[in-house]
Design a protein around this ligand. Structure first.
Ligand SMILES: Cc1cc2nc3c(=O)[nH]c(=O)nc-3n(C[C@H](O)[C@H](O)[C@H](O)COP(=O)(O)OP(=O)(O)OC[C@H]3O[C@@H](n4cnc5c(N)ncnc54)[C@H](O)[C@@H]3O)c2cc1C
Length: 474
């Protein structure tokens, strides 16, 4: 490996994870990123009216995101995230329902009493939800309901409209990036098994304490530079070709360079055009990536003249707004503004709405949810909609995702959209980067895993449903 050069194209989480894994070995690693900063979709922007960086959209990880958390540990980024064990659901009447695991019960009953306290769900609804979770949990459900769309399955399981809207949808739409009428049962099952049923810490959420750009473009990059990784920002790659057992990389500037190894870590919609026709022929699945459905996420940033709530974040039920994150007091012009970020996943229905209209709708929802009196004054707002934020976890998705390893040694794909079994998340991106690194390492006869194992399955979940018995390392 010594002296062998690796080009990684794309400085999102997938590219960063690949660089992290390979930097444990004596490669010469070059990471090329088209934009000014690393982080990709988990990025931030500057606005002249606001002194601090603004995350394009709030990102959170969960306790089950073992590879993302492992990457953070290896790059000493743990301090950049806060771990929250308590969630809050706010119903249509403005009632707040805390949701926190018992301090001692094992999964899956650790959340039973928290679930029972969600009074916007009637007891019959809660019973039917529990019965549906019981039906979905065993590994055999994957085969039994393969190809099924989640909404159809929920109707079959006699779930009421309220249960679908206020329980299933609220968890799944943000995790899977599409309405329940489009997402697959298998993907939905994975969210519940990994996030709630297998381990008592899996549901906890990790919230960045500092802007994402500071996490990935500054702190992560610094650690990787110490390990010798060379970052080339604002260096778009136009195309890669293969000559004389080497990858010939042509940059947007017209210059070229050759490498023994190449990892493409760009999003699905940008991947096919990166490869010369000959290389593309070696990766037949790239022809199908256009069929991967993208889904938008809108992020509404509000600066108010007074605080709305002390809660750090809340899930809003029965509203357009889905999650609200409280970022506290921030400097705004010459004074102070209280900054809130509201996330709306699968926001395609809002496409025609003007930004001021959407901001006022969201503000109205926050005021009623938190019964804020007198109503705060809106100092400033910004709406950021990422049209291709995530891919939708439809029943066809898994058949479209390529593996990281190609048939050409030294050539690998990474990106949240490649085959990891995970939805479009930072965890999926990091897993893909680690799997791409493993593919490169196999060329040098190194065949050990570089990533992290899943959280272990609790004894009770194993006994109840046989969870974990069918699992390999990842
Ligand atoms: C609005 C929004 C909210 C989200 N919320 C969450 C969340 O709360 N939790 C969560 O886990 N996930 C969330 N996600 C998903 C998460 O951001 C992505 O899954 C993850 O960041 C994808 O990482 P990636 O490296 O695969 O791709 P990307 O982040 O897209 O990185 C690809 C990089 O490649 C670069 N690139 C592309 N073409 C070229 C080229 N030709 N040359 C050089 N560079 C190139 C791009 O500039 C980009 O930096 C969210 C995404 C969005 C958009």
């Amino acid at each position: 490996m010594r002296g062998q050069r690796v080009a990684i194209v794309g400085g999102g989480l997938a590219g960063i994870a690949a660089a992290e894994a390979l930097s444990r070995f004596p490669f010469e690693i070059h990471l090329f990123e088209a934009k000014r900063s690393l982080g990709g979709r988990a990025g931030a922007y500057r606005d002249p009216e606001h002194p601090s960086l603004i995350d394009r959209c709030q990102h959170v990880a969960m306790g089950c995101c073992t590879n993302f958390l492992g990457l953070c540990r290896r790059l000493e980024l743990e301090e950049c995230f806060r771990r929250d064990t308590k969630l809050h659901f706010i119903d249509g009447d403005g009632q707040t329902h805390p949701f926190e695991a018992s301090s001692w019960l094992p999964a899956p009953i650790h959340l039973a009493s928290a679930f029972g306290r969600q009074r916007y769900l009637t007891k019959p609804d809660q019973k039917r939800i529990a019965a549906a979770l019981w039906e979905m949990a065993p590994p055999s459900a994957v085969e039994k309901y393969a190809g099924r769309k989640m909404h159809d399955w929920l109707v079959e399981q006699l779930q009421s409209e309220v249960a679908i809207r206020c329980f299933w949808e609220i968890v799944l739409v943000s995790a899977l990036g599409a309405p329940l009428s489009e997402v697959s049962f298998v993907a939905a099952r994975k969210v519940f098994v990994d996030g709630f049923l297998r381990h008592r810490k899996a549901y906890q959420i990790y919230v960045p304490r500092i802007p994402l750009q500071d996490v990935f473009d500054v702190q992560a990059a610094l650690k990787l530079e110490e390990r010798g990784v060379r970052f080339h920002r604002q260096t778009p790659v136009r195309q890669v070709a293969y000559f004389n057992s080497r990858f010939n990389v042509r940059f947007g500037s017209g210059s070229e360079a050759t490498f023994e190894n190449f990892i493409a870590a760009v999003p699905w919609h940008q991947s096919p055009k990166l490869f010369s026709p000959i290389l593309k022929n070696l990766m037949p699945k790239l022809d199908n990536v256009e069929e991967i459905e993208s889904s938008p996420i809108s992020s509404v940033h509000l600066w108010l003249d007074r605080p709305l709530t002390n809660l750090p974040h809340a899930v809003l039920l029965d509203r357009t707004s889905q999650w609200v994150f409280n970022h506290g007091a921030r400097q705004f012009k010459e004074s102070t503004g209280y900054y809130y970020q509201v996330v709306i996943s699968a926001s395609q229905d809002l496409a025609g709405m003007k930004h001021d209209e959407l901001s006022r709708l969201v503000l109205g929802e926050l005021v009623s949810a938190f019964a804020a009196q007198p109503a705060p004054y809106l100092l400033d707002y910004q709406v950021v909609t990422e049209k291709q934020a995530v891919f939708a976890a439809t029943p066809f998705l898994e058949g479209l995702r390529p593996t990281q390893e190609s048939i050409l040694p030294g050539l690998a794909l990474a990106g949240d959209w490649t085959k990891t079994g995970w939805p479009s998340t930072m965890e999926g991106a990091v897993r893909s980067g680690y799997l791409a690194a493993e593919a490169i390492l196999r060329k040098y006869d190194y065949d050990e895993p570089v990533g992290d194992s899943d959280l272990p399955v609790s004894l009770l979940s194993r006994m109840l449903w046989g969870l974990g018995k069918d699992e390999h390392r990842r």
